[in-house]
Design a protein around this ligand. Sequence first.
Ligand code: FE2
Length: 315
Amino acid sequence: MKKATSGSPGSPRPAKTRTSAKYKRARVRHFLFTVGPNRLSGGRVMRRHLSQDVVVRHIEASSPRWPKAFDGLRIGHVSDFHLGELLPLDRALAIVGQLGDQQPDLVACTGDVVDLRHDEAAPLLDALAALKAPMGAALVLGNHDELHCADTVSRLARDAGVNVLRNDVLEVHFNGQLLTIGGIHWAKSARACARNIDETCGEGVDLLLSHNPKAFQRAADRNIPLTLSGHTHGGQIAMKNRPNANIAIGHRHRAGLFSRGHSRLYVTSGVGAWFPLRINCPAEIAIITMRHADETAAPSDQGHQSKRRSRKRMR
Ligand SMILES: [Fe+2]
């Protein structure tokens, strides 16, 4: 396995500090939506939040563009740990253990590893790498990682042995075959995501990791067979049995599996949270089995949901 091409390697990004306006706004939000309600409830809000199940969701998807050699590849997709007050390290490590129980071929983490602090990121990233998935672990950063410590999270991940993709393409050689994985910087708009994809993906990649699902528009334009994203948390509050009907109103692709042409997108609801409430939208680990489909398979433009899920109560 090696880092192959780099769209804009080490693109200089402005360093965030703990005094940046965005970081201050995030702290205020954290106080208003987490610390305040928890204090007012005598700690009940957090206790209830931390006792909720984490679901293992199994998804099957297929595309004629997916390499035949990797038909049936099982990707363990986790996202949005938001390690910190809302997801303590012991619970995060238990989730990684739950992921390991599924024995994925490849681990993909689509960002927001940390939230407002990064002092416990190293053991979590070490645990992801220690799963020793046969095709390794790859990570893109999210907006919460970028708030003040993107370079630190990135360094800790690399030290652990996780492949960090910041507008990079990773070539994974496995059983004599090659799978290309592109990963892009956090970007807020579809247009900025598209720019990152254009800068990074060259001739195209087999798998794209983007924290923001808004990358899917350009990914589908470029016939990238599979894009994995997080960021929306599935809105955290959704209508019963309608995961995509949720409060992540700034997004078209809010939760679940989507198709356009021969391209597929899976948006995970994530394992963590940025406020301590989930309704009809459990935290999840996604196990995605990706199939090579017949070229004659009819292209689809529909969103649809995963097939099956199993529950396991966190300790
Ligand atoms: Fe997030």
